[in-house]
Structures are given as structure tokens and as C-alpha cells.
Design a protein around this ligand. Structure first.
Ligand code: NAD
Length: 243
């Protein structure tokens, strides 16, 4: 039996990309819902809920998945750290892949960033720059948030170290801060650069997405994988065997 998915957020940019990728990959669409539609009805014909909608929808999506014992692939971003913590407990009751970025290249960028942050140490100032299309609603992006989490983990820092842009007389940069800068404009699908700058040299790791298909194909790969897993929250590094 081919895998059958329910797309939540079906009328959005990712909803369309998922429908195209499903056709390409032989995945059946058991339901496609958006604002105002009855998600429960579409669920009956699906093995996995694939959600790329709004962070305000996540609780309801997870509650429904838990009640009907369905796996979830969660791509929506924009949750606050507190919100995410509360939702993770709910998500863990079913097999769930939750990732701020489903592209294979970006997941390699995560692994390279961890390695660079651990080798280079705090003498190398870490800054993250991201750019997305003018329609994006949240900032910084979920991918940038994950890159920052990795740097903070490796440097044993807390979120208090983050500097969201700089303005005015902010003084010299301290060794313990990590900068994050969100650019918005045009139709940019998603660019991320992690910079490590020391006195005398600078390393930049950059990923540029030019087609949303990479996220959609990654999300469907995650859907095919997650239906065979035990309940728990996984990420794309688990799906790709990068851990
Ligand atoms: P979009 O605005 O084009 O589409 C979102 C769709 O969700 C819209 O059709 C909207 O009507 C619908 N929606 C909003 N609230 C809803 C609700 N409560 N219930 C059902 N549908 C609802 O946005 P997009 O570019 O498709 O991105 C959607 C989300 O996916 C964003 O959070 C974005 O950051 C994220 N995203 C994640 C990845 C990844 O790899 N994890 C990649 C791209 C986008």
C-alpha cells in the first residue's frame, strides 16, 4: 500500500510543493485541508499528518493526531521556545518528525556548524545571517533558530547570549554573544550563512535554497520513515542517519 498523507496548510506555498512532490514520489494524498476545513475528516484516509501551516495550528494538529493515533511530520516554524517545550510533550505521544528544515543540504549544514563551533572555540565570533522572501511571517527562520541552538549548545551558552540585530551605541562585541540577522525581500526561498570570525581569518558556511521542492521531498521522506517508528519526537538528522 502506498503511503497516504494528510496535508495541513494545503493552499500555501509548501502545500502546493508537497502535492507536487507526492505525485513525483508515488505518495497518496488522503486529505488536503487549510483554514476552516475539517481536518478530522481528512485524517480517516491518511497514515501521516504533514503540517506546514501556522504555529497557531500546531496544538490542534497534535491533539488530533494523538487522539487518532496517527504519525506527524511537523514543518511549521515560528513557535516560541516556551510554546515548543509544551508542544514537545504532546508530540512525543505519537511518532513525530519535527524539523525546522527538511532539506538534506541544510541538515549537513547543521552537522558542519556543530563541528566548526566545537573546533573553533569562543575566539571565533559566531554570527548567523538569513534571508527569506518578503511574505515570510516569522523571524528569525526556524533554520536560523536551529543553527543558533547548535552554536549555543557547543559553547555552553543560554539564549541570553543572542543579539537580534544591532543598533545604536551597542559597544564592542563581547566574546560570549552570538549575533542573528534576518533579511527579507523578493522571492528568496531561503539563504543561511554561519560565520566564524577571528582576528586574521573568517570562515563562512552557506546554504542557498532555490526551490521549495527540497523541503517537500525531505518531508515526504520523513513521512515514509516515521510510520515505521515508535512514538517519540525525531528530527531530520534521525531520518537521514546523520546522528
Ligand atoms: P504560506 O503562508 O504560503 O501557507 C500557509 C498555509 O497554511 C496557508 O494556506 C494558510 O491559510 C494555512 N493555515 C494557516 N493557519 C492554518 C490553520 N490554523 N489550519 C490550517 N491551515 C492553516 O506559508 P508557507 O511558505 O507554505 O510555510 C508554511 C509554514 O512552513 C511556515 O511556518 C514556514 O516557515 C514553514 N516552512 C518550513 C520549512 C521546513 O523545511 N521546515 C520549509 C518551508 C516553510
Amino acid at each position: 500500500m502506498p503511503l497516504s498523507i494528510l496535508i495541513n496548510g494545503s493552499r500555501g506555498r509548501m502545500g502546493h510543493a508537497l502535492a507536487a512532490a507526492a505525485q513525483e514520489m508515488g505518495v497518496t494524498i488522503g486529505g488536503a485541508v487549510d483554514v476552516g476545513d475539517d481536518i478530522a475528516a481528512g485524517l480517516a484516509h491518511s497514515d501521516v499528518v504533514v503540517d506546514f501551516s501556522s504555529h497557531q495550528a500546531t496544538r490542534a494538529v497534535l491533539e488530533l493526531a494523538v487522539a487518532s493515533n496517527k504519525a506527524v511530520v511537523l514543518g511549521t516554524t515560528g513557535h516560541s521556545a516556551d510554546e515548543k517545550k509544551r508542544l514537545l510533550a504532546l508530540a512525543a505521544k505519537v511518532p513525530c518528525v519535527w524539523a525546522g528544515n527538511f532539506s538534506v543540504g541544510v541538515n549537513l549544514l547543521f552537522a558542519l556548524t556543530r563541528r566548526a563551533a566545537s573546533i573553533l572555540g569562543s575566539d571565533y565570533d559566531a554570527e548567523v545571517v538569513e534571508m527569506h522572501h518578503r511574505f515570510k511571517k516569522d523571524a528569525p527562520s526556524g533554520t536560523a533558530a536551529r543553527l543558533l541552538e547548535i552554536i549555543l549548545e557547543e559553547r555552553k551558552l543560554t539564549a541570553a547570549a543572542l543579539r537580534h540585530g544591532r543598533e545604536g551605541i551597542v559597544g564592542e562585541r563581547t566574546a560570549t554573544e552570538v549575533g542573528i540577522h534576518a533579511l527579507r525581500g523578493g522571492d528568496v526561498v531561503g539563504d543561511h550563512t554561519v560565520m566564524f570570525a577571528a582576528l586574521g581569518e573568517r570562515i563562512e558556511l552557506t546554504h542557498k535554497a532555490s526551490d521549495r521542492g527540497i523541503f517537500a521531498r525531505g518531508a515526504l521522506r520523513a513521512a515514509q520513515w516515521v510510520v515505521q517508528q515508535k512514538p517519540g519526537v525525531y528530527d531530520m538528522q534521525d531520518v537521514l542517519g546523520l546522528k
